[in-house]
Design a binder for this molecule. Structure first.
Ligand code: HEC
Length: 154
């Protein structure tokens, strides 16, 4: 069996406690060693235990949506409805936006599950919707966008 550990250096510098020697430099490059079979983890620059910062990823990925949507309290809608506070909102619930009948007659209240379904395949999830682009096939990207929308709501 070979050790297939690999090293990923230079992702960030972290503070480490010098192990037993006061002469050790306090700041070193972090070395990540992954054993075969271990899940890949991403490094969060904020240092949250290797967890990915979903909200930040989602904010970046939201660029897919900004051609048609804003996400800003009180801002006028663009081609699509303003998505600020969309989680917990009844589909078609933004006053003044000319939604399709498909949205208006749906019984959807946007939550993580319904957003996930709609973003995966808008026209498949809600036949007749006017959202003709912006599908996000990758589930992780959808999760990140939804986390971002949730973080900006209220
Ligand atoms: C090509 C333009 C376009 C893109 C790109 C787009 N959308 Fe939309 N979106 C729309 C339109 C138009 C509607 C209104 C749909 C209707 O009335 O059937 C809509 C509706 C929605 C709704 C329902 C909102 C409500 O108030 O009920 C959500 C949620 C949504 N979009 C999320 C997204 C997200 C997230 C992205 C990016 C991943 C995205 N959309 C990308 C045009 C777009």
């Amino acid at each position: 069996m070979h050790r297939n550990a690999f090293l990923a250096a230079s992702l960030l510098t972290v503070m480490v406690t010098a192990c037993g020697s006061a002469e050790q430099p306090e700041v070193v490059e972090q070395i990540i060693v992954r054993e075969p079979g271990e899940p890949e983890t991403a490094v969060d620059p904020a240092g949250n235990d290797g967890a990915v910062d979903l909200v930040a990823l989602g904010e970046d990925a939201f660029q897919i949506c900004t051609g048609c949507h804003v996400n800003e309290a009180g801002a006028p809608s663009t081609a699509g409805p303003n998505l600020h506070g969309v989680i917990g909102r009844t589909a078609g619930g933004l006053e003044g936006y000319p939604y399709s009948d498909a949205v208006m007659t749906s019984d959807i209240v946007w939550d993580e599950a319904s957003l996930d379904g709609y973003l995966a395949d808008p026209a498949g999830y809600l036949p007749g919707t006017d959202m003709l682009a912006g599908a996000v096939p990758d589930p992780d990207t959808r999760a990140a966008i939804i986390a971002y929308l949730a973080s900006t709501g209220e």
